[in-house]
Design a protein around this ligand. Structure first.
Ligand SMILES: [Zn+2]
Length: 348
């Protein structure tokens, strides 16, 4: 992989370093539970885990990091947050997820046998997203950061779902096209066609203008989760299908194509839209502090990786054989991950 700035994707100008896991967060957690990379031939601690970046790009993002830090401090401290703050939190998880993916490609060129075409700039806040918040009932002194999901065969090819445990909170961050738009009643893209250079294009379809369950296909929320959902339509905001009262009413920034924040507490609660003055505390009912529960938290994240990978992207290359092959490849990756998870947890 050639040297690229983690933010803009170009050769770094006036080279600088970006901490993939920000220093403020490492300080916030007091210590880290484990080195971020701990393999026989490579050991990297959290503080030394950096990626190349332009000085200007780094500065461009430093204000954003300060804003994200304030929101995260509120969340971890049990203080309620509004929709704009949650939007910042979701942007931050996009940034970390893509940063970790790029770092993976940079450090393991043998595993990531391709040149990444995305960067933090091209991916933060650009596609639908969700954040699952869970809590573990453990002593306040037991602090740290634990990251799960980066080694799975699905994540290597698409940085869509990962999990980060911060102190006694677990955050599962997910993002892809059409992740939540369909069920939240927003316009969606269908009939994805492969065009030159591996790029895709598709047809836009008007939304159903109502919320239906489950919001994420094949993903059943558990009672101990708070889930945040946000549709993003910035890529096609000027299309007539977006010019509806529904889309306007349920958007956080309609002109920018940023949908509103919706949340759901547990399995049987309704999906609620957060309007201007609404605030919520992200305080899910905690799970007991034991290894079995931790395994379950991780496994749910892997299941979500598989669900997202299996999402009905209707390929439409005009060639039925190619379409069937593409669908088959996605299915294979899901099977490989199911095996990977089985091995990882030793059948637990
Ligand atoms: Zn740059």
């Amino acid at each position: 992989m050639r040297k690229m700035c983690v933010f803009c994707g170009h050769r770094p100008v006036d080279k600088n370093k970006e901490h993939v896991i920000p220093q403020w967060l490492i300080r916030e957690t007091g210590r880290t539970k484990s080195p971020i990379i701990d393999s026989p031939d490579k050991k990297i601690g959290f503080m030394a885990f950096t990626m190349p970046a332009c000085t200007a790009c780094n500065e461009r993002y430093s204000k954003f990091e300060s804003a994200a830090q304030l929101v995260m401090q509120k969340v971890l401290g049990g203080v309620s947050v509004n929709a704009t703050e949650i939007n910042t939190l979701l942007d931050w998880f996009d940034k970390v997820r893509v940063g970790l993916w790029l770092a993976g490609a940079y450090l393991n060129p043998e595993k990531y046998d391709f040149q990444p075409k995305i960067s933090i700039d091209t991916r933060v806040g650009k596609l639908d997203r969700a954040l699952i918040v869970e809590k573990i009932d453990m002593p306040a002194t037991d602090k740290g950061i634990l990251i799960e999901g980066l080694d799975s065969p699905i994540f290597v090819y698409s940085p869509s779902v990962f999990q980060m445990l911060i102190n006694n909170y677990s955050f599962t961050s997910a993002s892809c096209e059409n992740l939540v738009s369909n069920k939240l009643g927003f316009p969606i893209i269908t009939d994805v066609t492969l065009v030159s250079g591996g790029r895709t294009s598709g047809k836009l379809q008007a939304g159903r203008e109502k919320v239906t369950h489950p919001v994420i296909k094949d993903f059943a929320p558990s009672d101990n989760q708070i889930i945040l959902y946000q549709p993003i339509f910035s890529q096609f905001k000027n299309n007539p299908v977006c010019k509806t009262k529904y889309v306007q009413k349920y958007s956080l920034d309609y002109d920018a194509g940023v949908g509103g924040i919706f949340y759901q507490r547990g399995a049987n609660s309704p999906v609620v839209y957060m309007s201007g003055d609404d605030k919520i505390r992200l305080n899910p009912r905690p799970y007991p502090d034991d290894d079995q529960e931790l395994d379950k938290i991780h496994k749910r994240m892997y299941n979500l990786q598989i669900s997202v990978n299996n999402m009905p992207m209707r390929f439409c290359t005009g060639d039925a054989v190619v379409d069937a092959q593409l669908a088959f490849l996605r299915k294979c990756k899901s099977d490989v991950v199911a095996d990977y998870v089985k091995n990882k947890f030793n059948g637990r």
